[in-house]
Design a protein around this ligand. Structure first.
Ligand SMILES: Cc1cc2nc3c(=O)[nH]c(=O)nc-3n(C[C@H](O)[C@H](O)[C@H](O)COP(=O)(O)OP(=O)(O)OC[C@H]3O[C@@H](n4cnc5c(N)ncnc54)[C@H](O)[C@@H]3O)c2cc1C
Length: 481
């Protein structure tokens, strides 16, 4: 019987950087669904925020707290912004290359609601892809892919491992410490930018295990997404496009965002999302576009190659063509509550890192490009905490539990759930719509459904209940009174 020192669920930035920070002589296993690149980290475009120098730390903290609308934990934000510099430096020291100018200086760009240019990027607009490859190449531990965690093996306050579904078979994998780094909840929404593996099942398991989930109503919508495709994952048009001069315009090419906020295109993303949503509603569904007329073609191709080629495949010639846009679900600020060292309260050996965690670094609204930084900083903390974690461990075996993962009508209910969440738990909420969504989710939970759908429904239920409880708008949670 193999007992791992650490099992890490998830191979995005949070999981892989935790693995990288645990020495090779420990028995560590990283798990992920599908292929390793099927994660949100891989799709991150804009970059990673980091204080430019020691003097910029306070200003990065101020911008993060201001975006978080009073719901941030100040200590967590201080950790993020002050430890961010050394976390990024440790990647650079390992050989990671951010984009530089011809003199070899790091290039920093600007994104909405940052007071300064403090976003580092790599491969132009392929920061996530370049970083994911780098972390995969440097991961010293084995990775088991096409492996879905379907249960957490727990007794009282101790975790003993996970039950997985791998290549058509169920099995228990045992460990002394468990790290959940399984990302957000994108697939709960009809329109989203997330990887197909991000389906909120681990949050559902967290609920069933008795973990506390917090700030579940805080769902962030990205304002500039090309949604007119059949693919579940919609094409994001990065925040840094607006940071570097792209305009949001109506059919007459007028910039209307200034009617909503004096910062126009550089307003925080929830304000821009609501403005576009509201403008479309008030103007009978008029198309809203992202216009790139300020960009030189050669510069655009070099600076935003991923967007250039992805949109070319979809029939757009950038920067000449403008692209129709809509807001879409993008990022989850809520999650499994943990302390500053990533520990989940009530358990001896359970840790959460990255988008699945709720450290309150983002509060009610995430500042652009702070999430890759969160993944880096808190994974280093998780690794340190685990290496120091000592408790009396004695292994126990768990029964085989083969509750069906899927049932025949799941797909129909899953699609209904995605529409229900988009239409009723979206950008502009009302108590009536939220109650309608909750009633239907409660009904769906009584249908004959598979376990994975039940977990999604449980997570949705928590999101809606939290949204109902928060009667006044705050940050990304906007509710009409
Ligand atoms: C299109 C896009 C662009 C973005 N751009 C930026 C940006 O420029 N800057 C920035 O800071 N942030 C950006 N973000 C957000 C950022 O990418 C994510 O918040 C971050 O990468 C999350 O990292 P993670 O390691 O927590 O999760 P992920 O990278 O999403 O990884 C989750 C992992 O968990 C695994 N997993 C999930 N459930 C299970 C299960 N049941 N069993 C086994 N494995 C499981 C998945 O297979 C995957 O390996 C962007 C997000 C998107 C979608």
């Amino acid at each position: 019987m193999q007992i791992f020192d650490v099992i890490i669920v998830g191979a995005g930035i949070a999981g892989l950087n935790t693995a990288l920070n645990i020495p090779k002589d420990k028995k560590v296993l990283v798990l992920c669904k599908e292929n390793s690149w099927d994660c949100n980290t891989f799709y991150a475009q804009g970059g990673i925020s980091v204080a430019i120098d020691e003097n910029d730390i306070d200003s990065h903290i101020k911008d993060t707290l201001s975006a978080g609308a009073g719901l941030c934990d100040e200590e967590a934000v201080r950790v993020l912004c002050s430890e961010g510099r050394s976390a990024v430096k440790s990647l650079i020291d390992l050989g990671f290359e951010f984009d530089k100018d011809t003199d070899g200086n790091l290039l920093y760009t600007k994104e909405a609601a940052h007071g300064k240019n403090r976003i580092l990027h790599a491969g132009g607009d392929a920061t996530g892809r370049v970083m994911h490859l780098f972390l995969m190449q440097n991961n010293p531990h084995p990775l088991m892919y096409k492996t879905t965690v379907i249960n957490i093996l727990k007794k009282d306050d101790t975790i003993y491992g996970v039950r997985v579904f791998h290549k058509g078979k169920y099995k228990n994998l045992y460990c002394k410490n468990l790290v959940l780094a399984s990302g957000g909840i994108g697939s709960l929404y009809e329109f989203h930018t997330n990887s197909r593996t991000i389906s909120a099942d681990i949050q559902g398991l967290g609920i069933e295990c008795g973990c506390e989930l917090r700030d579940m109503e805080m769902t962030q919508f990205h304002p500039t997404v090309f949604v007119n495709t059949d693919k579940a994952r919609k094409q994001l048009l990065s925040e840094s496009l607006r940071g570097e001069g792209a305009y949001v315009v109506n059919e007459k090419n007028e910039r209307f965002l200034f009617d909503y906020d004096k910062r126009g295109e550089l307003s925080p993303r929830d304000i821009v999302s609501r403005a576009i949503f509201d403008y479309k509603q008030k103007n009978e569904g008029e198309t809203v576009y992202l216009s790139f007329e300020n960009f030189e073609k050669e510069f655009f191709k070099k600076r935003f190659p991923t967007i250039y080629y992805n949109l070319k495949d979809l029939g757009f010639n950038l920067p000449e063509d403008r692209v129709p846009i809509s807001p879409a679900f993008h990022y989850f600020m809520g999650g499994i509550k943990c302390d500053i060292d990533t520990r989940v309260e009530g358990f001896k050996n359970l840790f959460v890192v990255g988008e699945v965690a709720n450290t309150r670094v983002h509060g009610a609204n995430r500042l652009a490009s702070n999430s890759l930084l969160e993944g880096l900083v808190f994974s280093i903390r998780a690794a340190k905490t685990i290496l120091k974690n000592s408790y009396d461990f004695s292994h126990i075996e768990f029964e085989e539990d083969d509750e069906p993962l899927f049932k025949i009508n799941d797909k129909i209910y899953k699609n209904e759930l995605r529409k229900l969440m988009w239409n009723n738990v979206g950008i502009i909420r009302t108590q009536e719509k939220l109650q309608f969504a909750l009633d239907r989710v409660n009904e769906l939970l009584f249908k004959d459904i598979g376990k994975l759908l039940r977990l999604r429904l449980k997570t949705s239920q928590e999101i809606i209940k939290s949204a109902i409880k928060r009667k006044k708008s705050l940050g990304a949670h906007y509710i009409k009174e």
